[in-house]
Design a protein around this ligand. Structure first.
Ligand code: ATP
Ligand code: MG
Length: 474
């Protein structure tokens, strides 16, 4: 059904046309969210699910979060939900969070925004009784759909058509929208990377033109969108087509582009190789970041030998150092940063499926890092030349060997030894660093199969060594 916006009692913005459809999508709205919508509508207010959740429902995807929009003012909401726990931290911007069954539901009053004189945030926000006015301030047409608790879906900006065509398109004038808030540049790329959509030509040209404004956007805001983008299932064309924009966010990437490796193991330049590695690793933040930056140290460490072959000695250590610097600047959390840095530092460490090596590596790095390392190495080898193809099978075997070793709960760390420091003290060793050294020694014996990981066997071994006068335990 196609209706002019004004015929349903909602002030129309310009000459826009509104599409209204009856759907069954409301049956998929979780109860706590539905409950809030019903509280609002039975009290005579409008309540709509809006943004990403409606887009995802229309696309047959499961929404990640549910935002509601209403014509009720924040004070009215607080009164309506007085029997429930509410959070009012966002009340200045019209947002009240209602906790239903332990789950937060964000409800925001319809609002319009003033001019964006700083390219980051509106000079003011104002409440409005008009749903449509609230929707047209939003970024992309696919994010402006609304759904009520009865399954009525409304589209004021052509979002449904753009979902059908797999298009990211700005609401209104694209250049203005990116000038208002340059974070939308990265958001557009994030939606394209996650949803596999194309960016509509006018929107694409405008985002490239306005991308330098990203320099004024807070690193924390970019970080969330950037990592979401990197973890998209369709990241490769985005990295390929919008490399200039990535170089604005991370200038260190610039040197990787068109950097000829001059090495028979590499058929791609550093950036083209990197893009393939990013695409080839699982869509998880740490490993995608490690893939993006694993060869960042190559341009700086490049040398040519007498035969004209390119080498990159120490690019792993240099890459880890650069990654740490980049991630600190991007306000990445410490845990992610240290994991990424470690993966890059060890990405050239040899690893093979034999049991001893697997256990040693597990002891050195832990199971989670080893699995990530293997995934990174496989993607890395696949993105080189045919000469690297024979590296892949042993890596797959190593992955199995690691899984088996962990599943059997084999001993590969001091923590999993059948004795500990207290046992050694009990048989007469003095407290001190020697204990740690001996445990490490015992672990190596267990890993090599020389001693069984069994309390009696280990203590027996220690005592027998003591008797023959080994200085490791005196
Ligand atoms: P996701 O499914 O990843 O959460 P989303 O579309 O819900 O995607 P959010 O960041 O949760 O994205 O934002 C919710 C909604 O708020 C968006 O759908 C959009 O309508 C609006 N929005 C968010 N950020 C902006 C922005 N920078 N400019 C304009 N509108 C925005
Ligand atoms: Mg959302």
């Amino acid at each position: 059904m196609r209706l002019p916006g004004s015929s349903i009692g909602i002030p129309a913005c310009d000459e826009s046309v509104m599409i209204e459809k009856r759907t069954q999508y409301h049956l998929q709205i979780p109860d706590p969210v539905l409950n809030c919508m019903e509280v609002l509508s039975t009290s005579g207010c409008e309540a709509w699910l809006v943004g990403g959740s409606v887009r995802d429902l229309c696309m047959g995807r499961t929404p990640t979060d549910y935002d509601l929009t209403t014509n009720a003012k924040p004070e009215a909401m607080l009164a309506l939900f007085s029997a429930r726990k509410t959070l009012d931290a966002g009340i200045k911007h019209g947002t009240v969070t209602v906790i239903v069954d332990g789950r937060p539901v964000e409800i925001t009053t319809y609002r319009t925004e003033g001019a964006y004189s700083d390219g980051r945030r509106p000079d003011y926000v104002e409440f409005t009784p008009s749903l449509e006015k609230d929707l047209v301030r939003r970024d992309f047409t696919i994010n402006t759909l609304v759904l009520n608790e009865k399954g009525i879906l409304r589209d004021y900006t052509g979002g449904l058509e753009d979902i059908r065509k797999n298009l990211i398109r700005c609401v209104g004038d694209a250049s203005d929208r990116f000038r208002e808030d340059a974070l939308r540049v990265i958001r557009a790329l994030r939606f394209a990377s996650v949803l596999g959509f194309t960016i509509e030509p006018e929107t694409s040209a405008a985002l490239s033109a306005q991308a330098p404004l990203l320099r004024h956007i807070a690193a924390e805001r970019i970080w969330t969108e950037f990592t979401g983008l990197l973890c998209g299932g369709f990241v490769r064309p985005i990295l390929e087509d919008y490399a200039d924009i990535f170089a604005i966010i991370i200038p260190e990437l610039l040197a990787m582009r068109n950097f000829d490796q001059r090495n028979p193991y590499h058929k791609y330049d550093v950036w083209a190789h990197t893009i393939r590695v990013v695409e080839g690793v699982p869509p998880e933040k740490v490993i995608r970041l490690a893939a993006l930056l694993h060869d960042a140290g190559k341009p700086k460490t490049f040398t040519l030998d007498d035969e004209g072959i390119g080498h990159f000695y120490g690019h792993d250590a240099e890459g880890a150092r650069m990654a740490s610097e980049i991630l600190l600047r991007m306000k990445c959390d410490t845990r992610t940063r240290t994991s990424v840095e470690e993966l890059i530092r060890i990405h050239c460490v040899p690893i093979s499926p034999d049991e001893k090596t697997v256990k040693r590596r597990l002891n050195q790095y832990g199971a989670e890092t080893i699995h990530r390392l293997i995934d990174l190495k496989i993607a890395d080898a696949k993105a080189q030349s045919e000469l690297s193809a024979d590296r892949i099978a042993p890596l797959l075997e190593t992955r199995e060997a690691v899984r088996d070793c962990v599943a059997r709960a084999d001993c590969f760390s001091i923590r999993s030894l059948a004795i500990d420091g207290a046992d050694l003290i009990q048989i007469g060793m003095k407290e001190g660093p020697e204990i740690g050294k001996l445990l490490e020694d015992l672990l190596q014996k267990v890993i090599c199969g020389e001693v069984k990981n069994d309390r009696t066997a280990l203590l027996g071994y220690v005592i027998s060594e003591k008797e023959v006068g080994s200085d490791t335990i005196v």
